[in-house]
Design a protein around this ligand. Structure first.
Ligand code: NAD
Length: 330
């Protein structure tokens, strides 16, 4: 059976598509479940000819059924950018709660190892810096962003309940800001927004005075960390991210310069509850997984800018005819 059989929810999204690709490279059979809400079949179009890959259009908040053996369940389905989850607040809570319940149920039924894609947003606007896994966070449950943060916190609690009560073999990864090819240019996250604006010569819009910080990780490094956690027996939560921290204004200037752009920079209002600082403490990942990020941020930004340059026409809206044509092939 090679490296076994994996189910990836949200596999047609940004991170999920990279994950499917890498699992296939390593000899794993992959079943990708996605409803294309914020992802697109075009992200995995290049994998469709692969004999070990199957794409199934499914909304995991309805139910999940996968025939045959499953060795690992990787739960990545969820709107993830602020624009997406602010537009889809109830769905975000449903996929984090009911969707997680269904994916845990699948792992239990199949005796599979389960990995939850959680987030650094569980730390909210942190009062501890950098953030270790032992920090419980500072989240506003009733603010607009609460729908995402609390859905993920609920998902973590449910995962631990399945582990403690039902003996399911679980893992939780807390993912810090990750970027790379296949991000949507209008998803509202800082890096794709700045790259799009720089490449079009438009004004680069920085929130607030740009002094708030982010720590940014290249997607290839993140996937390495996730696969290391998957193949370990750690329960986590384990932070995976790049401690390289910079201010949002520095980031905007850096992207502008690497793009060879002369865009101006302007300042727009900060979103409510936007975190002030963000940096992962990755001691656990280093010590127990032997993992640390390898791709320098400058190199990662260059690769990302190059990808956006080569894909000027990526559309925002899911291409429905393509979706119908590509999915549920035998
Ligand atoms: P994404 O929006 O590109 O991917 C999410 C995927 O889930 C999409 O393909 C979407 O169509 C799918 N989906 C949503 N609801 C679904 C449902 N009910 N049934 C089936 N599929 C559904 O986002 P991403 O950046 O790839 O994030 C993937 C996961 O990683 C998310 O769980 C997110 O919370 C987590 N995460 C990402 C980051 C990051 O920096 N990218 C940081 C922290 C956590």
């Amino acid at each position: 059976m090679g490296m076994g059989r994996a189910v990836v929810t949200g596999g047609a999204g940004f991170l999920g598509s990279h994950l499917c690709e890498r699992l296939l490279d390593q000899g794993t059979e992959v079943v990708c479940l996605d409803n294309f809400l914020t992802g697109s079949p075009s992200n995995v179009e290049h994998l469709l000819g692969h004999e070990r890959f199957r794409l199934v259009k499914a909304d995991i908040t309805d139910y999940i059924h996968v025939a045959g053996p499953v060795d690992t369940v990787l739960h990545f389905a969820s709107p993830a950018s602020p624009i997406d989850y602010l537009q889809l607040p109830i769905h975000t809570m449903k996929v984090g709660s009911i969707g997680t319940l269904h994916t845990l149920g699948l792992a239990k039924e199949k005796g599979a190892r389960f990995l939850l894609a959680s987030t650094s947003e569980t730390y909210g606007d942190p009062l501890v810096h950098p953030q270790p896994e032992t920090y419980w966070g500072n989240v506003n449950p009733v603010g607009p962003r609460g729908v995402y943060d609390e859905a993920k916190r609920f998902a973590e609690a449910l995962t631990m309940a399945y582990r403690r009560t039902l003996g399911v073999n679980t893992a939780i990864v807390r993912i810090f800001n990750t970027f790379g090819p296949r991000m949507r240019p209008n998803d509202g996250r800082a890096i794709p927004t700045f790259v799009r604006q720089a490449l079009h010569g438009e004004t680069i819009t920085v929130a607030g005075d740009g002094s708030q910080t982010r720590s940014i990780c290249y997607v290839d490094d993140l996937i390495d960390g996730i696969l290391a956690l998957l193949r370990s027996d750690l329960a986590g939560p384990v932070n995976i991210g790049n401690p390289h921290e910079i201010s949002v204004l520095e980031l905007a200037k850096w992207i502008r310069d690497l793009s060879g752009s002369r865009s101006e920079i302007s300042f727009v209002p900060r979103p409510q509850d936007d975190p002030e600082i963000r940096q992962p403490d990755i001691t656990q990942a280093r010590e127990f997984l032997g993992w640390s990020p390898q791709v320098p941020v400058e190199e990662a930004l260059k690769r990302t800018i190059a990808w956006f340059r080569e894909h000027p026409d990526i559309t925002e809206i899911v291409d429905e005819p393509l979706a119908e044509e590509l999915v549920n092939r035998p």
